[in-house]
Design a protein around this ligand. Structure first.
Ligand SMILES: Cc1cc2nc3c(=O)[nH]c(=O)nc-3n(C[C@H](O)[C@H](O)[C@H](O)COP(=O)(O)O)c2cc1C
Length: 231
């Protein structure tokens, strides 16, 4: 059986102290399946330079590898590019901040534009046959909006989402955030939901990467080939 590489990217600025990291690590640790190689990138531990929006000057200037990656040795976004390109399943974790994903997640989305642009502008499919998933944590509300926004970008980048591709936790409509960590750690149902998300994503990846009955690999042609953006 093909080995599956499972990558988690935690984008809470609170890093390993965050609820997002706690649930991601718990769910990754719970997956005991053999043949799955697991890694979690804690994005707050990396030196990530913000996107400089070369796309807005000329779409063709947004390339993979990203221009910042090419010129700035201190920038560590290559960890995330390589992590995604070497994985079969990529799970992003984000807290909710005023109804949106985290600022670190937004920085990463903008830097990942180069992978999306490789396809839509340069006609090369770089991200292919990779399954996505989302872990979203709030205190009050907003996770469906966050899931919608991120799935919009991540499918454009090339990830494939199975049904119910996100797991979320929010507390109640009050300001008592100090109880959240305890509640997150003791809620076994939420643990199961996050574990299910990871298991489903891995199973889905196994099913699509190679059709066991027919031996074919999944293939598709992107619209960019038809639109000829690169001409
Ligand atoms: C500036 C800020 C804005 C926030 N906005 C929201 C929000 O719109 N909706 C929500 O449910 N929680 C909101 N929260 C609460 C966090 O999403 C929540 O505490 C979350 O569990 C933190 O996750 P973390 O520990 O992984 O960072 C906000 C927190 C901060 C600091």
């Amino acid at each position: 059986m093909k080995k599956i590489k499972l990558l988690g990217i935690c984008t809470s600025i609170r890093g390993r102290e965050s609820g997002t990291y706690y649930l991601m690590k718990m769910a990754f640790d719970a997956l005991k399946e053999e043949g799955v190689e697991k890694e979690i990138i804690v994005a707050s531990e990396l030196n990530l330079r913000p996107c400089e929006h070369h796309y807005s000057i000329n779409a063709k200037m947004c390339v993979h590898p990203c221009l910042i990656t090419q010129i700035d040795e201190k920038d560590e976004m290559a960890r995330i590019y390589d992590g995604i390109l070497n994985s079969d399943v990529v799970i992003f974790g984000t807290p909710i901040h005023w109804g949106n994903h985290s600022q670190l997640m937004q920085l990463i989305v903008e830097r990942l534009n180069s992978l999306e642009n490789a396809n839509s502008v340069h006609g090369q499919i770089v991200v292919k046959n990779k399954v996505g998933g989302l872990m979203i944590l709030g205190h009050e509300d907003g996770y469906q909006h966050v899931a919608g926004g991120l799935m919009n970008f991540l499918t454009a980048m090339g990830l494939i989402f199975p049904p119910q591709a996100y797991a979320a936790w929010v507390g109640e409509s009050n300001e008592d955030t100090k109880s959240d960590q305890k509640r997150i750690e003791s809620d076994k149902t939420i643990h199961e939901i996050f574990i299910d998300l990871v298991e489903n994503a891995v199973n889905f990846a196994r099913a699509i990467l190679a059709c066991p009955s027919c031996g074919h690999e999944l293939d598709y042609i992107h619209q960019s080939k038809k639109k000829n953006y690169s001409k």
